[in-house]
Ligand binder design. Structure first.
Ligand code: ZN
Length: 444
């Protein structure tokens, strides 16, 4: 038909084709620039699926996991995580402490590495979120960077620390270092830390070389479930952790006199358990007598001889205090000790306290806290700055560089239980905050 078109018609047809091509080109251009401007987001569904897969290793009938470090389930879970890390384009190796380390090169090799990660071992009869959420989200961050073809300036290390629940063993090896006392400890698997470290591919005889120097990392970010109920209760999306509390332990012995429970009149007794009961009440009074978020607990008690018909002659109990401020909990301990001794004199029993064993509080970096807070808010999330009442690998890594932690809500504040649960949306939110914080940190 074209042969019969007039010159005018041909001009019109040409103009129409040209306009159509131009508009198509313009739309394509818009799409490309929109893709470039679309902020990177993690794949929440994928994290959810990975969590489900990981939960199979060491699954217990109650719906949680018993994946204690160095157990068969732990080894299987680690293999699964290694597979995910490789799929995310990470270069994976086991360091001499037995931690799983996946590295991703940055564009500037002169920069110190940026670390993200957590742990996948659990307590006996634990849940599917403590540690797993942070570990799988860190891997998801690497996977997203790979898919979006984003190269960071900093080298990135995704680390899954070994045996967090048995005393932050893997992270301590990097920070303060492990000594003979640590290595001889028997872990929940029945193996010593020394044996277990070998089982997961480390070398306990070469731990000195895995220790990292203070100032050798750019920073460490850890996403974790809150393990308390504050965020859910206050309907807050993201917790910005200001620090991990220090912990003080002391064994308290109360000595009385074991005597016949039938023939000894009430006013002639030296009842160690009665003193212990009054002491436990006193601990609670002292800890709550000052403002603040400090906590104090008597968590175990042993009574001797332990019979219906004998007045208890001896009690040993475990006292624990926690706070972000070490001076505060050591001050409370001094007060508790003085009041305990006074109480003993009053009840004709004798109190003695073992020297306090303390782990120091670890404060997170103020600048990194702000970075997380700003990032979370820019994603539309509400935030709250809060302490962590539980210990984490981040407290050990704080010895070698600036650290920060992102918390997401734990439903009903339950943790270290098969009933532990965090909503998929909260996990996705936390992982996106982790990803965007890493990107923002890298741009600074
Ligand atoms: Zn944990």
């Amino acid at each position: 038909m074209i042969g019969r078109l007039s010159l005018g018609q041909m001009r019109l047809a040409y103009t129409q084709v040209a306009m159509k091509a131009a508009s198509l080109f313009f739309v394509a251009l818009l799409c490309v620039s929109a893709a470039a401007q679309t902020p990177a987001r993690v794949n929440g569904q994928r994290i959810h699926e990975h969590l489900k897969e990981l939960s199979k290793f060491g699954a217990n009938p109650q719906g949680g996991v018993s994946r204690v470090a160095y157990s068969e389930a732990d080894l299987q879970g680690r293999q699964y995580a290694i597979g995910l890390m490789k799929a995310a384009g990470l270069d994976v190796h086991i360091d001499l402490a037995g931690n799983i380390v996946g590295t991703r090169a940055g564009s500037d090799a002169s920069l110190k590495p940026l670390l993200i990660g957590s742990h996948i071992d659990s307590v006996p009869m634990g849940g599917n979120y403590d540690g797993d959420v942070g570990s799988l989200s860190a891997i998801e961050v690497a996977q997203t960077l790979k898919e979006k073809q984003i190269t960071l300036h900093h080298p990135l290390e995704v680390i899954i620390f070994q045996n967090e629940e048995g005393g932050t063993i893997g992270s301590q090896a990097l920070g303060e270092g492990l000594d003979e006392k640590h290595l001889n400890l028997v872990s929940n698997s029945g193996k010593t830390i020394r044996e277990g470290t070998r089982v997961v591919g480390g070398d306990p005889d070469q731990l000195a070389s895995v220790k990292r120097q203070p100032g050798s990392i750019a920073g460490y970010f850890e996403l974790h479930i809150e393990q308390g109920g504050t965020l859910e209760r206050e309907k807050i999306d993201i917790g910005v952790v200001e620090g991990i509390v220090g912990i003080l332990h002391s064994d308290v012995t109360i000595e009385g006199f074991a005597n016949h429970a039938g023939t000894t009149p009430m006013d002639q007794r030296h009842d160690a358990l009665l003193s212990a009961a009054r002491f436990i009440e006193k601990v609670n009074q002292i800890v709550t007598s000052v403002p603040g978020r400090q906590v104090g607990t008597v968590g175990w008690i042993k009574v001797e001889p332990g019979a219906y018909n004998v007045i208890p002659g001896k009690v040993v109990l475990g006292l624990e205090l926690r706070d972000l401020d070490e001076k505060k909990f050591t001050g409370l301990f001094d007060q508790i000790r003085a009041e305990g001794e006074a109480l003993g004199r009053l009840n004709q029993t004798r109190f003695s306290f073992t020297d306090a064993v303390t782990s120091h509080p670890a404060l997170t970096d103020k600048g990194l806290q702000k970075l997380i807070d700003d990032t979370a808010k820019s994603l539309g999330f509400s935030t709250k700055v809060m302490p962590s009442g539980a210990g984490h690998d981040a407290q050990e890594i704080a010895r070698i560089g600036p650290v920060a932690m992102i918390f997401i809500p734990s439903i009903n504040g339950i943790s270290h239980s098969p009933k532990e649960f965090s909503r998929p949306q909260d996990i996705e939110n936390g992982a996106n905050v982790l990803l965007q914080t890493v990107l923002a940190f890298d741009k600074r």
